[in-house]
Design a protein around this ligand. Structure first.
Ligand code: PSU
Length: 304
């Protein structure tokens, strides 16, 4: 038996067959500073509701896979220190040991699938880190997209990564990468990456139809929907490039490795941009929540 519990709101939505959107919790514990992390989590949930779907924030609390968190639980998670950052490898062990952990994109996809939720909104997925030819640091998020049937709406992969290599790995793994409304792959804080996205779609109904067709063909895995940050909120790639380079140098010289790399880089870029990167991050997550709600509604009306 999987120790899994739904919040009352999610439980009701499941019974009524209403569209659901999964949300992750690592962005709360490791991606943004307190108290903006919790404020953002609440705003993202509200945005999903305002667009006709029901939010289901996923985390592991005291050995239970929780699908939908109360306001008090969100607040406690947002202030907790040293929470485990769970991915596919340590997800089961955390549940078995009755531990607590926040879920990354990979772990949230696993939780969403178990809960029957087909779409998930986040900020940016993990990917191939720069220097991966030496460090072998490739996020488990990419593998997960190739095996778990959930569409993930993100603003691309984070610009701290090696984006060409991330695209290559996604291609090898057979993951559809769909840019929404533009030809180019967005780069998290910026709308452009200089890379053409393998696929482009302009309507949520097309994204939902592609997901349904993938399932009909018996192909495992999900889709990456790369939704560009709104123009008014973006930070131009040229402005960010030197700051990202500086943060990467610091991570290297301080020997930051494995799961600590992404949180370190996000918080250094926050400092180096004097908080501007956080404002952009919040705007892009809200934008992704809106699109995910629209895709969830389409998936509901295209149910096989
Ligand atoms: N999106 C954000 N901020 C984040 C993340 C996503 O806007 O912090 C998290 C997700 O949980 C994602 C993780 O899975 O960053 C990537 O971590 P890593 O590079 O260690 O795989």
């Amino acid at each position: 038996m999987i120790p899994m519990e739904f919040s009352a709101e999610v439980e009701t939505a499941r019974h009524e067959g209403r569209p659901l959107v999964a949300l992750e919790s690592t962005i709360i514990t490791h991606g943004m500073p307190w108290p903006r992390n919790v404020e953002t989590a609440r705003l993202v949930e509200a945005e999903v509701r305002a667009h006709g779907a029901v939010p289901a924030t996923i985390a592991v609390l005291d050995g239970v896979l929780r699908v939908g968190l109360s306001d008090g639980e969100l607040t406690a998670l947002g202030q907790a220190q040293g929470v485990a950052k769970l991915s596919r490898a340590d997800f089961a062990a955390c549940l078995a040991r009755k531990g607590t952990g926040s879920t990354t994109v990979a772990a949230t996809m696993i939780g969403a699938r178990l809960a029957g939720i087909e779409v998930f909104a986040t900020g940016g997925i993990g990917g191939v880190h720069r220097g991966a030819e030496r460090s072998f640091d490739v996020s488990a998020d990419l593998q997960e997209l190739s095996q778990t049937a959930v569409s993930v709406v993100a603003a691309g992969a984070k610009a701290i990564l090696d984006l060409p290599k991330t695209l290559e790995v996604l291609e090898t793994l057979g993951v559809p990468v769909i840019a929404f409304g533009q030809d180019e792959l967005p780069a998290f804080w910026s709308r452009s990456s200089g890379l053409r996205a393998p696929l482009r779609m302009d309507r949520p109904s097309q994204i939902a139809a592609a997901q349904r067709m993938r399932a009909a063909l018996g192909l495992p895995g999900g889709q990456l929907v790369a939704n560009p940050i709104p123009e008014a909120d973006e930070i131009p790639a040229e402005t960010l490039a030197p700051l990202i380079a500086q943060a990467l140098d610091e991570a290297d010289s301080q020997g930051i490795a494995a799961k600590a790399v992404t949180p370190f880089l996000l918080s250094r870029i926050f400092e180096l941009t004097e908080g501007r990167s956080l404002e952009a991050n919040i705007a892009l997550v809200l934008n992704n929540a809106r699109l995910a709600a629209r895709i969830a509604a389409e998936l509901g009306s295209q149910r096989a």
